[in-house]
Design a protein around this ligand. Sequence first.
Ligand SMILES: O=C(O)[C@@H](CO)OP(=O)(O)O
Length: 232
Amino acid sequence: MAGQLVLLRHGQSQWNLENRFTGWVDVDLTDTGRDEARRAGTLLAAEGIRFDVAFTSVLRRAIGTLWLAMEEMEQSWVDVHRHWRLNERHYGALQGLNKAEMAEKHGEEQVHIWRRSYATPPPAMDPEDPGHPRHDPRYARLDARTLPATESLQLTLQRVLPYWHDAIAPRLKAGDNVLIAAHGNSLRALVKYLDGIADDEITGLNIPTGVPLRYRLDDELNAVESDYLGDA
Ligand SMILES: O=C(O)[C@@H](CO)OP(=O)(O)O
């Protein structure tokens, strides 16, 4: 039997609070976000799930959330793998900008398309922009051509899936319980894949911060059922 899978979006970040497009910018959790992460750990502890392995991104809001939740579960010893393929969707030239101000400038509809459509990427970031991932030491070992300057949800799913197939799925198939702490859009991409949600229906899906989403999977890793723990 496949192991259980739990998806956890990080708690509130400083830029969630400030309503700014975040993407690959390495913004920290707020105190509220840290409380959400601990609460997620309490909920998981109450379910009595013992994890065999955990996966997260290379962004501190997800890493911190995982760390706090695992500490709360008294499972800080569990093996953790960090990978850039679990990062948030890259928000291109929108990163750092205020979402409400962009809606005033470009219209609500355009901003909604950038935020929630499946296939339309936001405007790309200039490769010379110091915020481009090719200038960030954490990605220095990667082929610069694989580093995004913007991503739609579709492109996000395309870069999450190789890691899912190579690193995560084999552990689930071996019966291991797996915790993934990641981001609003990298997790939306994964949920779209697991639940087989149509391209035009994914627009309506939002994942709340700090609420564990548990999946029961069959041997082929098809989703049998899923539920949010606690009061989503
Ligand atoms: O800014 C971001 O990177 C994401 C997640 O907070 O925002 P949105 O929900 O607008 O996709």
